[in-house]
Design a protein around this ligand. Structure first.
Ligand code: NAG
Ligand code: NAG
Ligand code: NAG
Ligand code: NAG
Ligand code: NAG
Ligand code: NAG
Ligand code: NAG
Ligand code: NAG
Length: 906
């Protein structure tokens, strides 16, 4: 076979001779026929190349058998192998993974990996001397290095190793391929968690040998060490048309170049590096540029007017440079070929009139415009209507105000409009109804006023997503007739704080393809036809109808396996709870008129529940123990119902459970000791039930507890000493109105975050510990919003008992106990204290003068104790009722005069 390796230019003849003379195979007859026929006829591949391919195949792994066709003599017929039809030489090897990427990702990664080639790349490939195309993209070489011998495939014009999980240094030998026109080493790896296995290069000098190079893609190749002159190497490539250096960790870009040779460049992608400089001026000499991607580069300064030089520009992406600022540039109207302009997420300010005016009077091609997340302001100009080809318009996250200009009706190609998160405080014009291509209208989070009529929806045949929210104080009315049938079938609707009701109109009833429904505070006080729920798409994920006055009962079942979030709170729904069998993780039913018991099998109906809100209803009966089976449960909130019986004591599975509110029911028995298994427990609100027994010892395991309210029960025993040992994040300790007794332990003073202490209406005795002056949260008034937010999240509802929680922050209430001794002087350290109530105890001695240093104090009550002596001067506390019931106190504001200095009392 050695004879086959040394083909002369006359190889075609020699292979025939070779075959005729030496081959005894059964192919012989037909081969001779081929060889002797005219040149148009198929040729067989050459033995050496076939052997080379077979050895190559041998070293590879091929789990899905993509190379099973690689048998037999004629390698030109093998999958992915292409030969020159004259010479029979293998010229192309295309082993790109045929797995179809979905939205740029692999979708089912097992299926993708299954069809990857891997293993070792055998140097036998060098037998393919005439190879001009090698494509190994989208395979998985598991971090192997790119073989240096690729540099010997002298005829290569096209080399594609993208998405193939190579790593290590790019061999500089690749620079000795003078015919190479396309080099794609895009190093994103679908099999690495970080997206890259770190293919890198020390420098780019080797590029200078690639004098024919037209396309270079080094995306995701780590180039953080190439130094500032990396651009010089690129500048030597006069044929370069497309350069992609996306996410290469390039550390800098030169601001000037001595000469510019890569002027053929048409596509330049430098996105997602860390240049941290101004936009370099030499860019504006690259006048062949059609596509320029500069996003996420930390470019600073302003957008230079010289962009106007780039007359061929079709796509410009300058988004996400964050600090790129200054007055909004007006120049882009000059760029007539511009199709896509993305300036989002920068720091541009000013108005946009001149920008849009710039597109007047000449044709333009702009299809995609994104100015979102800047600091733009002012009204949207009428000249917006000039962008007649616009398909995507994103202006969200600015400070635009006023109305949508009626010229918007001229944007007859508009598919997506995003005006969310602005200050639009005007109206939506009638011409909005002309946008017959509109698919997605996002008008969330503005201050819209006025009305929407049928005409504003007239031609919106393709509308799939409509989202509009305004502020509750604004008046925005959907003024359409009850029976109006709109031209669209929505998939997603979100309307908040507008007037859609009072009836549940036909235009909503006919939307049966909805996968997301949010109609919050839209003034519907009707009943919803029962069959609307059953007609809703089985794909529905969000069903939110909260803060209306919707009446009536809900269907017992819903066929919605994808429903994730159900919020029917603050309505007038009645009947039994709609505990549909779903995979929902949040269920908000609070503040309605639901009655009856909680279903016994709640734990299996909605096994994925994380947040369950049932407060302010008329539920009765016991809490079924199957709630303990909700392993993902985080919040259980059933405040203000008529539940009775004991709280189930089986909390061994819910490791994420952190918020419990069953206040204002009629539960009996003791506090479940299994709460001790809830390591995440943070907010525990059990007030106003008939719970008895002590505070369970096991609660000391709940080291994340921040707020406890056990008030209004019949709990007895003393305040557990462990409370300060492990529970250092305590924010609120409310134990009022129980039967607790014993001393106030000194250790309480160690709770560094304690902002609310309410031990009132118990039988605590002994002295107030002097160390109370060490409660540092009350000394420094640390921010406690996080803790308040936790309580709010657990107690969600219209009129929560904790609505005045902010007013109670930084308070000590020890009233109605049996405390004796003096009021410690040290209380004067608590500069952040708002409320101090020590009334109805047996405290004695003088009122400490130090109280006058409590600058934040707004409420004080010392009445009904045994305090004595002259009341110190406390300018803000001149109400005598603060001091009454202390017969031995004297002086203002009490009418009792103190005895004179020489009085026998002193
Ligand atoms: C041979 O290849 C050339 C170029 O690829 C093509 O134009 C021609 O039609 C081919 N001839 C045959 C017989 O396939
Ligand atoms: C290289 O292969 C990838 C993936 O198969 C493909 O997306 C890309 O367009 C190819 N590069 C070139 C220059 O053809
Ligand atoms: C740049 O281009 C000029 C003219 O095309 C050529 O003379 C010069 O050698 C080039 N410089 C480099 C470094 O390639
Ligand atoms: C819409 O375009 C028409 C011509 O195409 C023009 O006459 C009209 O003034 C434009 N309307 C607005 C509001 O810009
Ligand atoms: C809308 O907002 C702008 C800017 O804040 C204000 O000047 C204007 O008076 C507001 N218009 C209405 C109708 O509230
Ligand atoms: C709603 O439209 C009717 C006629 O279509 C009109 O009489 C009524 O005033 C409108 N209501 C509002 C609030 O604009
Ligand atoms: C509390 O923690 C201790 C030690 O970690 C453990 O032995 C005990 O079972 C826990 N108590 C409860 C009720 O989970
Ligand atoms: C208060 O203490 C006194 C004396 O220790 C005791 O006689 C009295 O019963 C106590 N009162 C209450 C309400 O605990």
């Amino acid at each position: 076979m050695a004879a086959c390796t040394g083909f002369s230019s006359d190889h075609f003849k020699s292979i025939c001779i070779f075959l005729i003379l030496f081959s005894l195979s059964s192919y012989l007859g037909s081969t001779i026929k081929h060889c002797l026929a005219d040149a148009n006829v198929e040729v067989l591949c050459l033995d050496a190349e076939r052997e080379g391919l077979l050895a190559f195949k041998e070293s590879l792994t091929d789990p899905s058998g993509r190379l099973t066709s690689w048998v037999g003599q004629d390698c030109c017929k093998w999958n992915g192998v292409y030969c020159n039809n004259q010479s029979g030489h293998v010229t192309q090897l295309n082993l790109r993974n045929p797995y179809q990427l979905i939205n740029g990702g692999v979708g089912d990664s097992t299926a993708y990996k299954g069809s990857c080639l891997g293993g070792k790349i055998n140097p036998s490939l060098l037998h393919l001397k005439y190879l001009d195309t090698l494509d190994l993209s989208l395979n998985d070489f598991e971090g192997a290095e790119i073989p240096e011998f690729f540099g010997q495939l002298k005829n290569l014009r096209y080399l594609n190793l993208s998405f193939s999980s190579f790593s290590g240094e790019i061999p500089p030998q690749l620079g000795s391929l003078p015919s190479l026109q396309y080099l794609d080493l895009y190093a994103y790896s679908f099999s690495s968690n970080s997206g890259s296995l770190e293919l890198h290069a020390q420098n780019l000098n080797w590029l200078s040998g690639l004098s024919s190079l037209k396309l270079l893609n080094l995306g995701f190749v780590k180039l953080d060490h190439v130094g500032a002159d990396w651009l010089q190497a690129v500048n030597m490539l006069p044929s370069l048309v497309e350069l992609r250096l996306h996410y290469c960790q390039l550390q800098g870009i030169p601001l000037s170049l001595p000469f510019i040779n890569f002027t053929s460049i048409s596509v330049l992608d430098l996105s997602e590096n860390s240049f941290n400089s101004a936009i370099p001026p030499w860019l504006f000499s690259l006048t062949s540029l059609t596509k320029l991607y500069l996003r996420w580069n930390f470019f600073t300064g302003h957008i230079p007017n010289e962009f106007a030089n780039l007359k061929l520009l079709e796509v410009l992406d300058l988004s996400n440079n964050l600090d790129l600022g200054g007055q909004f540039p007006k120049l882009f109207g000059i760029l007539r070929r511009l199709k896509g302009l993305d300036l989002s997420a920068n720091n541009l300010n000013g108005e946009v009139h001149e920008f849009f005016d710039g597109f007047s009077g000449r044709p333009n091609n702009l299809e995609y415009l994104d100015l979102s997340s800047n600091s733009l302001e002012g009204e949207l100009p009428k000249s917006l209507g000039n962008l007649k080809n616009l398909q995507y318009l994103r202006l969200s996250g600015n400070s635009f105000w006023g109305s949508i200009p009626s010229s918007i009706g001229n944007l007859s190609s508009l598919r997506k409009l995003d005006l969310s998160y602005n200050r639009m405080n005007g109206t939506i014009p009638e011409s909005f109804g002309k946008l017959s291509e509109l698919v997605d209208a996002n008008l969330l989070q503005n201050s819209w006023e006025g009305i929407l009529q049928e005409s504003q929806f007239m031609n919106l045949k393709r509308l799939e997503s409509f989202r509009l929210t305004t502020e509750p104080t604004k008046k925005f009315v959907f003024n359409v007739s009850y029976n109006w049938v709109p031209p669209f079938r929505l998939k997603s609707i979100q309307i908040e704080n507008c007037q859609v009701g009072p009836s549940f109109p036909v235009w909503l009833q006919v939307q049966t393809e909805l996968t997301s429904v949010i109609l919050r505070n839209v003034g519907i006080s009707d009943t919803i036809p029962g069959d609307w729920f059953s007609k809703l798409s089985s794909e529905i994920t969000y069903l939110i109808l909260s803060n209306n006055q919707i009446k009536g009962k809900l269907p017992r079942q819903m066929n919605s396996p994808n429903l994730r979030s159900i919020d029917l709170s603050s309505n007038h729904f009645e009947g039994t709870l709609p505990l549909w069998s779903t995979n929902a993780d949040e269920l908000f039913l609070q503040d309605n008129r639901f009655s009856g018991p909680l279903p016994e099998n709640i734990g299996s109906l909605m096994p994925r529940l994380q947040r369950l809100y049932l407060s302010w209803n008329q539920l009765s009966g016991r809490i079924p123990s199957s709630v303990c089976n909700l392993e993902d449960l985080q919040i259980l909130s059933i405040r203000s119902n008529n539940l009775s019986g004991e709280f189930p004591n089986c909390w061994y599975h819910s490791q994420m459970f952190w918020g419990i509110d069953i206040s204002n029911n009629s539960l009996t028995g003791s506090i479940p000791s299994s709460f001790g298994s809830l390591r995440s427990l943070s907010v525990l609100l059990l007030s106003n039930n008939n719970l008895s027994g002590g505070i369970p010892y096991s609660l000391q395991n709940c080291t994340g507890l921040t707020s406890i309210d056990l008030g209004g029960n019949q709990l007895s025993g003393s305040l557990p000493l462990w409370i300060s040992e492990n529970l250092s994040s305590f924010f609120m300790l409310r134990l009022r109105s129980n039967l607790l007794s014993g001393d106030i332990p000194q250790r309480l003073c160690n709770l560094q975050n304690l902002h609310i202490i309410d031990l009132s209406h118990n039988s605590f005795s002994g002295a107030i510990p002097r160390c109370i002056g060490n409660l540092s949260a009350l000394v420094y008034g640390n921010n406690s919003e996080v803790f308040q937010q936790l309580i709010w999240t657990v107690v969600k509802g219209r009129n929560p008992e904790y609505s005045n929680i902010i007013a109670d922050v930084n308070s000590i209430d020890l009233s109605w106990n049996n405390l004796t001794g003096q009021i410690p002087d040290e209380i004067g350290n608590l500069s952040a204290l708002h409320i101090l109530n020590l009334s109805h105890n047996q405290l004695s001695g003088a009122i400490p003068q130090s109280l006058s240093s409590l600058a934040s104090l707004s409420k004080l009550n010392l009445s009904f104790n045994n305090l004595a002596g002259k009341i110190p001067s406390l300018p803000n506390f001149n109400d005598p009722s603060i001091y009454e019931g202390n017969p031995l106190l004297c002086g203002a504001p009490l009418p009792t005069k103190c005895p004179g200095k020489h009085s026998p009392l002193h």
